[in-house]
Design a protein around this ligand. Structure first.
Ligand code: D61
Ligand code: MG
Length: 419
């Protein structure tokens, strides 16, 4: 009900919420439900997926059958690894040892883990990790190999950062270290997914060759989250913003929350958003190469959520005080609309336009932000050819105007007739 209230002034979002709420389950979701009815272990894994992921569970379950289980297990294995990395109550040596050996743990039948702190949100996943391992070992060897390889690289990367490498005290030092951290925890997910897409035959081998594109798919999502979660992370004693950026504006990371540093905090935020905007052309290039509809939806939906979140946090000092999210109605509208490249490009343009409108000339990063927006517009102009359908749609005169004018005419007529 709350979602409807938040979108009360947005008819298109109300319509999307209504359709989403009462839409019949998709054929692939129904097929999944039937197959899980006969497979208790796999059913538990999809319960873990719905338990641990708000943003990826639905799109993973809509993937074509050939890929769905592999991506689900890929998610659960890495979420398990991340649950060890995120646990600030774990002894550092124990944490580093586990992170560096997690690619072997996933081959140890019966392995479970109960040492997480009581408040670790996904600790249940590791308490019953033996179920995940059993399902992982049922995957085709080529899928197991991709998942184990990425788990090794991510585990080592997380261990390096946890043991203080690339850090100045608790802060991530340089922009290069920031990119490397986001590569380890999200760029590598892009690598692995492209390898799974190629191995499944649902996408061309080429999609896995251009690593930089796959990396940007992860970096854009992770960096947007890191900006949005400033306050939540600060309260948990975690810092992911690079000191090379925030150190230009304040002495201490937490100073950004202080009213006396308001202008500095605003400029620091736009500097962080500037850093993320650079990945947009790569993200659009990657999406424009996809062939399979279910893979496209799976890849596009998190990216359009991220650009709408980036437009929401840009020049929004609330991020220093609380966790902010896009409206449910807006999210549902984006999910239903991002099923082809025409729509995805127009959605990105829309939010890029929101950012350009919020960009203030008094901001020291005003020019750089304007240039970054210009680069994205240039990419779209140079690389994106709207489909025939989109062109026809753009040329079609809207039916709305004649209807509105007709209504107005009737109203005026009745008014003067009574007068
Ligand atoms: C296409 C489609 C989805 C993609 C993609 C390309 C490229 C990268 C990603 C998804 C990953 C995006 C990560 C953004 C969210 N950040 C986190 O979850 C952080 O943890 C990162 C380490 C574990 C990665 C888990 C993951 C996430 C999404 C997946 C996946 C694995 C496997 C398959 C499909 C999607 C964040 O965790 C927040 C939390 O604890 O809830 C953190 O700790 O920084
Ligand atoms: Mg983490």
């Amino acid at each position: 009900m709350q979602a409807f209230a938040a979108s009360i002034t947005k008819p298109s979002e109300l319509h999307a919420l209504y359709k989403y709420k009462f839409a019949p389950k998709s054929p692939s979701a129904q097929r999944l439900k039937q197959s899980l009815a006969q497979d208790a272990l796999k059913k538990r894994c999809y319960e873990f997926l719905n338990m641990t992921s708000r943003s990826f569970a639905a799109v993973i379950q809509e993937l074509d059958e050939e890929l769905r289980d592999a991506v689900c297990l890929f998610y659960l294995v890495l979420r398990g690894l991340d649950t060890i990395e995120d646990d600030m109550s774990l002894d550092l040596d124990r944490k580093v040892e586990l992170l560096r050996s997690f690619d072997q743990v996933i081959y140890q039948k019966g392995w479970t883990f109960t040492e997480n702190g009581p408040n670790e949100k996904d600790r249940e996943l590791l308490v019953h990790f033996d179920v995940v391992i059993d399902e992982f070992l049922r995957l085709k060897p080529e899928y197991q190999k991709v998942i184990a390889n990425i788990t090794k690289l991510m585990g080592d990367g997380m261990a390096d950062y946890a043991s203080g490498e690339h850090r100045e005290n608790t802060a991530i030092a340089t922009i290069k270290d920031f990119d490397l951290y986001c590569h380890y925890v999200a760029g590598l997910v892009g690598y692995g997914l492209s390898d799974l897409f190629a191995a499944s035959g649902l996408e061309s081998k080429e999609i896995a060759n251009d690593k930089a594109l796959s990396d940007s798919m992860g970096l854009f999502l992770q960096k947007t989250n890191i900006i949005r979660d400033y306050r939540e992370d600060l309260d948990d004693g975690r810092q992911f913003w690079p000191k090379e950026i925030w150190g230009k504006y304040v002495e201490k990371f937490s100073d950004l929350t202080k009213p006396e540093y308001k202008d500095k905090a605003q400029a620091c935020l736009s500097d962080m958003v500037l850093n993320v905007l650079d990945d947009v052309p790569q993200v659009l290039t990657y999406l424009s190469k996809l062939k399979n509809q279910s893979v496209f939806n799976f890849c596009a939906i998190p990216q359009v959520m991220a650009i709408s979140t980036l437009a929401l946090v840009f020049n929004n000092l609330d991020i220093y005080h609380r966790n902010i999210k896009i409206r449910k109605g807006e999210a549902v509208k984006l999910i239903t609309n991002s099923t082809d490249m025409d729509n995805v490009v127009s959605i990105f343009r829309e939010y890029i336009f929101v950012i350009s409108r919020k960009n203030e000339a008094t901001d020291p990063n005003f020019m750089k932000i304007s240039m970054a927006i210009g680069r994205i517009e240039q990419w779209i102009a140079a690389n994106y050819k709207p489909s025939q359908k989109a062109l026809q749609k753009a040329q079609q005169p809207s039916v709305l105007l004649p209807i509105l004018l007709g209504l107005l005419g009737v109203l005026i007529m009745t008014y003067f007739k009574d007068a």
